[in-house]
Ligand binder design. Structure first.
Ligand SMILES: [Zn+2]
Ligand SMILES: [Zn+2]
Length: 155
């Protein structure tokens, strides 16, 4: 068995990382997390902190404040914390499109293959049930309904 001393070439960066606590420690990337667990207690006075996104990122507090903003693991972490950040939030009930059609598209109804209560009441000239909406919205709906009835001379 030829036990060669660990070669540390700068181009070997992909395989070996320098321990953030001791520049003399060259650690395989895959072993860094394990190494830090053992090495960190020996450097309690170093005032170094761990990156919240990757425990193998260790540096001084002042550097860490800069690092966390550009950490390559940050985006993955944020996706994990906010999985629906990139998806469209569901529309709230009172923002439902149906009510807009009810007041504005009453004479230009698009084909509605599915039952739409709001479209239905626009065709039949009955007052939409404004319950379940905040008072301001309810008032607005009533006013729109009143104007719609007047326009159709059915009031
Ligand atoms: Zn170390
Ligand atoms: Zn980091």
């Amino acid at each position: 068995m030829s036990q060669e001393p660990v070669k540390v070439a700068p181009s070997d960066k992909d395989d070996y990382l320098i321990c953030p606590f001791d520049e003399g420690h060259y650690i395989l990337r895959s072993r860094m997390a394990v190494h830090l667990v053992r090495c960190a207690p020996n450097h309690h006075g170093s005032k170094k902190v761990r990156c919240p996104f990757n425990i193998t990122h260790v540096c001084a507090i002042t550097e860490m404040k800069i690092h966390v903003n550009k950490c390559p693991n940050r985006s993955a972490f944020e996706e994990f914390v906010n999985p629906d950040r990139l998806t469209t939030p569901e529309a709230l009930p009172h923002e439902n499109k149906g009510e807009i059609e009810c007041s504005e598209n009453w004479d230009d109804e698009p084909d509605q293959p599915t039952y739409n209560p709001s479209a239905n009441c626009a065709q039949k000239f009955v007052i939409c049930n404004p319950q379940g909406n905040p008072p301001a919205v309810r008032r607005e709906i009533r006013e729109m309904e009143r104007l719609r009835f007047q326009r159709n001379e059915k009031f």
